[in-house]
Write a protein that binds this ligand. Structure first.
Ligand SMILES: [Zn+2]
Ligand SMILES: [Zn+2]
Length: 95
């Protein structure tokens, strides 16, 4: 039996994997497949982050965090990545 919380974590992961398994253009301007790293801790909580294999920048995918790059920077090169709704959630959950 899957609890609702687990189910929502699972859905979030599937959604992320779906987003980031596509080749995206990084802020270093290379087209890359980002590596997804689950459960990365910062001073305020934890995140699912993605890492560019070339410039090795880390981007927080779930909320804006001063310890990592802002994922919305990737929108300039990949405008379809986050919907308007996802963008406002990302910013309103920031810490
Ligand atoms: Zn890069
Ligand atoms: Zn954080």
């Amino acid at each position: 039996m899957i609890t609702n919380k687990l189910y929502s974590i699972f859905n979030r992961l599937v959604n992320l994997i779906d987003k980031f398994q596509k080749t995206l253009q990084c802020i270093c301007n290379n087209k890359v497949s980002f590596e997804i790293i689950d459960n990365v801790e910062c001073d305020w909580g934890d995140h699912i982050v993605i890492q560019c294999p070339i410039c090795e920048e880390l981007f927080s995918t779930d909320k804006k965090c001063p310890a990592f790059q802002d994922i919305l920077k990737l929108l300039k090169n990949n405008p379809q990545l986050y919907s308007k709704n996802e963008q406002s959630n990302y910013l309103s959950n920031s810490h």
